[in-house]
Design a binder for this molecule. Sequence first.
Ligand SMILES: CC(=O)SCCNC(=O)CCNC(=O)[C@H](O)C(C)(C)COP(=O)(O)OP(=O)(O)OC[C@H]1O[C@@H](n2cnc3c(N)ncnc32)[C@H](O)[C@@H]1OP(=O)(O)O
Length: 208
Amino acid sequence: MKNNTGLPIILIGGGGHARVLADILVQQDKQIAAVVCPEPLMRSPLFDGIKHLSSDEDVRRYAPDEVSLVNAIGMLPGADSRKKVCEYFLAHGYTFESVIAPTATVSAYATVKQGAQIMSGAIIQAGAVIGEQTIVNTQAVIEHDCQIGLRNHIAPGSTVCGEVTTGNDVFVGAGATIINGMTIGSNAIIGAGTCITRAVEDGKTVRR
Ligand SMILES: CC(=O)SCCNC(=O)CCNC(=O)[C@H](O)C(C)(C)COP(=O)(O)OP(=O)(O)OC[C@H]1O[C@@H](n2cnc3c(N)ncnc32)[C@H](O)[C@@H]1OP(=O)(O)O
């Protein structure tokens, strides 16, 4: 019941993304020590028997070398809670665990950076780099040699073709396609179902 750092895991967040992550961690026989959520936890067998902490300050009763964190707050356009949690705990010396679902396919020649989350059925091809804290969600495809920045969310079913570069805090909506070689600026939002055929500037929202 250990994770890959050998430390018990604290899940920061108790919503839908947290339950999907908990499902993966349980499948991998990893130890979830606690879930942090200011509201009462949704009744779910996934959280049975797991300690409920209600604030980030509660986490600080654990020393940074006693636990490993998983950022279980989802990322939707315009919401910055995931980013704030990340910055707060890194500043206090904690480490975020990466999560790679057993059904994800990650090339041995790809790089998945610290705290990234590769969800069920996602595919990461050779030469791709997935930035820290980025979510590659269910069945998303990151093709060869893409450079995906820090804290992106590549939502379910989206396709990022070869040699695409994204900045930081980019959101790529469900089912979107980015054709090969494109550059997507930091904080850009790509609407669900959009096909991107031109570069997208920092902070731009593009929809169909
Ligand atoms: C596990 C998970 O569930 S992960 C979550 C995955 N979720 C997603 O991928 C959702 C991504 N979000 C979107 O695509 C959003 O709609 C955004 C961010 C592009 C736009 O959001 P907003 O600016 O708030 O748009 P809003 O909802 O107000 O809609 C404005 C108009 O644009 C339309 N619109 C919204 N999104 C899209 C889209 N992706 N493509 C085409 N039209 C859209 C709306 O129908 C609406 O049209 P109307 O004025 O004719 O009624």
